[in-house]
Design a protein around this ligand. Sequence first.
Ligand code: ATP
Ligand code: MG
Length: 275
Amino acid sequence: MSKSPRLTIEDLRAEIEGKEILKGLSLDIKGGEVHAIMGPNGTGKSTLASTLMGHPKYEVMGGSVTFNDEDLLEMAVDERARAGLFLAMQYPSEITGVTNADFLRSAINARREEGNEISLIRFIRQMEAKMKDLEMNPEFAHRYLNEGFSGGEKKRNEILQMMLLEPSLVILDEIDSGLDIDALRIVANGVNSLRSEDRAFLIITHYQRLLNYITPDFVHVMMQGRIVKSGGPELAQRLENEGYDWIKEELGIVDETVGQEEEEFQVPMNTKAPR
Ligand SMILES: Nc1ncnc2c1ncn2[C@@H]1O[C@H](COP(=O)(O)OP(=O)(O)OP(=O)(O)O)[C@@H](O)[C@H]1O
Ligand SMILES: [Mg+2]
């Protein structure tokens, strides 16, 4: 088996179209751990996910990210995927003309050595088994990727990809949004079935509800493009009960979003995510 993964983010700064969104974010994630990131809208959570995956729109301006002792920021997107990173996006793209099955098989083979591609029979067997686990209708294998999928169907399909790719660092951006109650349980079971010492999870969510199913080891709160508070599952519970105002008061934050250029209300610089 591969060795236990480790992601270390230090003082990461990233901008989009000249606007700084990530403003000194630090986070350390090890194999076997589940980290949840919560935070109000527009505080940079999806930007963090996209920056880690190497989305070309986001420009890294400072800080460092190492994954298994390698400089992640120096790696191309496909190299990051081959290294074991996986992102289930908040808004999965629709791709007309590429069937779900073709996409999944290409994604698996892209991570394998040339000459060691998965056989068609083996692939179909695996895909069908995972689709059954996720209670997906087999017809979804032959539909174009995400085209016309309902919100919940797209999310379930992201989890199907995760289960087939077996990544070592899984980033889930609002995987629970749009899922009905039964689908939430099914998706959480899929995630829990992959929890292991050689895999780590970064789960972005707005709701404690998901964390009732997937118990996180650490919960972090993002505001103003950085992590301003970290704790255990009880932190998510408190946010559910009390919202974010108490954190803003505690830290003297007036506007939690990343938008304010002139009147920047900086949080103290010593709020590094604890381990
Ligand atoms: N292409 C862009 N141009 C300008 N601003 C952008 C662009 N992409 C993102 N932003 C801004 O960056 C900020 C952070 O966005 P991001 O999507 O990371 O927030 P988020 O924390 O994921 O929010 P949510 O909880 O609503 O998903 C927002 O204010 C957003 O408008
Ligand atoms: Mg988002």
